[in-house]
Write a protein that binds this ligand. Structure first.
Ligand code: ZN
Length: 744
């Protein structure tokens, strides 16, 4: 295996060296080796001569899954951020073998029985701690969901379904990427782009400059400028959305809107047949496993159950519907007073909503952008981590003892998180007379706790849209560190990556972010913190591992709240050129604007959540694209205040539920938002944010020691209660959204 950059003992993959040609031979060889190891483990499980223990079962299994997840994780990650045809083909070629191996583990009868014997033996069970029991229980549950109880033809069919679903999910997201790439709109006269802010024009000119004509295979707009064009727009969100909010050119808004909501719904990249296949296969899988439908299956591994999830959606729907109607009335009224007489269409809503926002709060993304430059925002966000959790973040390059960390793009940044800086400083000063020579500068900075990558900018040609975080490797006692000096010897430190798609730097100007992009960055950082600040050393439930899906968004959405905290915001809201702080009136307006259209926004999320649950509950009766549309139409009567466009096919690009992990789980965003809003409200009590910094510090440390530290090692409800002292309530979310009054 030497020579293939997919493999390294370092926690940092060789992202700069992994190429398409390494994928198939590397993964194939790895699967062969792991197959042998797994056979040995199964032999141990089946052997009657020795009594199985936790230690003889779990660590070998974790070693196998760790090697696979690190190599395959690197491949999957590169496909998402550095996609090219040969790489995509390589992934597709090896995917079935990878799925087959995972299935072999998931369906190993000897392993299943071994886990069952751990659970059935009172002495063994009594010796396990909570996290270890969660591992055993979780494995047993997954064995059942993975089809291990199936026999014969049912089992063969189950395996076939799993393979097909994996391929369909890849096909689905490829279609979305292709359809997004396929659309380009070139504008050549200033009249066509009137109203668009300079940042959008600069991005469009930059897109034009680098655009290679598919026919001539050459650059054809290399002289494009922001002022004089030509401007090239794509369906990539930073390019598309400014048109919807700012372009006076109604035809341009309509053309791009129609293109956006019909992505991947026609021709070669039509996802409709894929959706039908996915739904049918998921239903069949659920039936094989003894569930009524896929939604029930999904709930078997969630914090919620189907009844509670639907109940919460209905509670929030009722609280937001009237507010959404009022939002629309206000937008219509503004359109009328500005002389617009035609009926309002979908491509007018965001445009007049932006005008309304400007009129109401006199604030736009463009006014605040100069105050949110990425380097300063990062500084402020890291400062908050120090304030709340007592950790420091610095670029990994600042530590000479660390080797350079390979990345996949020149714009990717790498950071190291340290813990206990204050404690280390205090102890080194108290013993300074004896140990001054031995305390290096990095000791004064605290102990290394974790590492992360940040890939901030949009790169539409090769990078998936949206923002996400994932693990590179997890903390674990099984893999003591070998990397550099000054690392703890007993565990491997967790490594995470964060990927955003924000506006790239333009010329000399740093990346100037919209406020929403700032919130997104905080969001992903919240995920990363849960992965990185874990104290759990059982690798299978450390960090974000083993956390129920619908509790996963707790720390991420919790972090978003801090963007509205005065102290936090002013730590980074400085004009990138003048260093002037964000004007006070803008801060006030941002706070007021926070709940602008809160009802509409919540209702939209409810619609996504409900259509997801509905399709996965009723899949048995869905046979055609028309069946899907009928269900959407029926639902939209209660979840939309303006019916969708007849040709709207947003489901065709709804990758969350058809290519991601949110199938029958999109409601998790709202479920977790209840948890996160309620968690944040612990900081608001008795006006602590304004008046009691010590209490903020203590509450922050408690959040760190419960929600961030315990990860998947404890049931999320128990973790929440440990932090909050009681079970979650919806009050804080409705209060934060200004929807408490609309509730009754
Ligand atoms: Zn998230």
């Amino acid at each position: 295996m030497t020579g293939n950059p997919l493999f390294t003992d370092s926690p940092f993959p060789k992202f700069d060296a992994i190429q398409a040609e390494h994928v198939v031979p590397g993964i194939r060889q790895l699967l062969a080796e792991l197959g042998e190891e797994f056979s040995q483990l199964e032999a141990t499980c089946s052997s009657s001569s020795t009594k199985l223990t936790y230690e003889s079962l779990i660590p070998p299994l974790e070693r196998i899954s760790d090697r696979l997840s690190r190599a395959w994780g690197s491949v999957g990650h590169l496909k998402a951020v550095k996609d090219y045809e040969a790489f995509r083909n390589a992934v597709e070629e090896i995917q079935p073998e990878r799925v087959e191996f995972s299935l072999r583990i998931a369906q190993s009868r000897p392993l299943y029985e071994a886990f069952q014997s751990l659970k059935d033996d009172p002495e063994t069970w009594a010796s396990l701690n909570t996290a270890q029991r969660r591992i055993v229980d979780g494995e047993l549950r997954d064995f059942v969901l993975g089809g291990v109880a199936l026999q014969g033809a049912d089992k063969d069919r189950f395996n076939e379904i799993q393979k097909q679903l994996a391929k369909l999910s890849t096909d689905f997201s490829n279609n979305v990427l292709d359809a997004t790439k396929a659309f380009t709109k070139v504008c050549t006269t200033p009249a066509e782009v009137e109203g668009l802010p300079p940042s959008a024009l600069a991005l469009a000119a930059q897109n034009a400059k680098t655009y290679t004509c598919p026919v001539q295979k050459t650059l054809i707009y290399e002289h494009a400028t922001a002022e004089n064009g030509p401007w090239l727009f794509t369906l990539d969100f930073p390019s598309y959305f400014p048109i919807q909010t700012h372009a006076k050119n109604r035809a341009l808004r309509e053309e791009t809107y129609r293109a956006f909501v019909t992505r991947a719904s026609t021709g070669q990249s039509d996802n409709t047949p894929k959706i039908l296949e996915i739904l049918a296969l998921r239903q069949e899988k659920a039936t094989l496993l003894g569930f009524a439908n896929y939604a029930e299956l999904s709930m078997a591994s969630k914090m919620a159950d189907l009844g509670r999830a639907n109940q919460l959606m209905e509670q929030l729907r009722v609280a937001s519907f009237q507010a959404a109607e009022k939002d629309l009335e206000e937008i219509e009224a503004l359109a009328r007073t500005s002389g617009f007489t035609e009926p309002l269409k979908h491509w007018d809503i965001n445009f007049y909503a932006e005008k309304l926002k400007e009129a109401k709060y006199a604030i736009s993304d463009e006014m605040t952008r100069p105050y949110f430059s990425l380097p300063t925002v990062l500084e402020g966000m890291f400062g908050l981590a120090e304030r709340l959790f007592g950790v420091t973040v610095e670029p990994s390059g600042a530590d000479p003892s660390l080797p350079p960390i390979p990345t996949w793009d020149k714009d990717v940044m790498t950071f190291c998180i340290r813990e206990g800086a204050a404690a280390a400083a205090a102890s080194s000063s108290s013993s300074s007379s004896s140990s001054s020579s031995s305390s290096s500068s990095s000791r004064g900075r605290g102990e290394k706790k974790a590492f992360f990558y940040l890939d901030p900018y949009s790169r539409p040609a090769e990078k998936r849209g949206g923002a996400w975080m994932d693990e590179v490797c997890s903390q674990s006692r099984l893999f003591p560190s070998q990397e550099g000096q000054d690392m703890p010897a007993n565990v491997r430190l967790p490594v995470a990556h964060m990927v955003c798609n924000q506006t790239p730097p333009i010329g000399e100007q740093p990346s100037l972010m919209t406020f929403r992009e700032v919130e997104t960055l905080f969001h992903e950082f919240g995920h990363a913190l849960q992965h990185m600040l874990t104290t759990q050393e059982e690798g299978l439930v450390a960090g974000i591992r083993g956390v129920e899906w619908d509790a996963v968004e707790l720390p991420s959405q919790f972090m978003e709240n801090w963007c509205y905290d005065r102290k936090t915001l002013y730590s980074f809201a400085k004009h990138w050129e003048t260093q002037e702080p964000l004007p006070e009136e803008m801060f006030e307006k941002l706070n007021k604007a926070k709940n602008f259209r809160a009802g509409s926004i919540m209702l939209r999320q409810i619609h996504f959540s409900c259509i997801d649950l509905k399709l996965h509950t009723e899949a048995a009766g869905i046979k055609t694209g028309e069946d899907i549309l009928a269900r959407e139409k029926e639902l939209s009567k209660t979840t939309m205040v303006i019916p969708p466009l007849a040709e709207d096919r947003f489901l065709c690009s709804f990758a969350h539920i058809f290519a991601g992990g949110y199938s029958a789980g999109y409601y998790s965003y709202k479920w977790a938002e209840v948890l996160s809003a309620d968690a944040f409200s612990a900081f608001e009590e008795d006006n602590a944010l304004e008046e009691d910094e010590e209490r903020v510090r203590q509450t922050g440390r408690r959040f760190k020691e419960t929600v961030l530290a315990r990860g998947g090692g404890q049931h999320p409800l128990d973790v929440f209660v440990a932090f909050r002292g009681r079970e979650p309530s919806t009050d804080a979310l409705l209060r934060h959204s200004g929807l408490l009054t609309a509730q009754n």
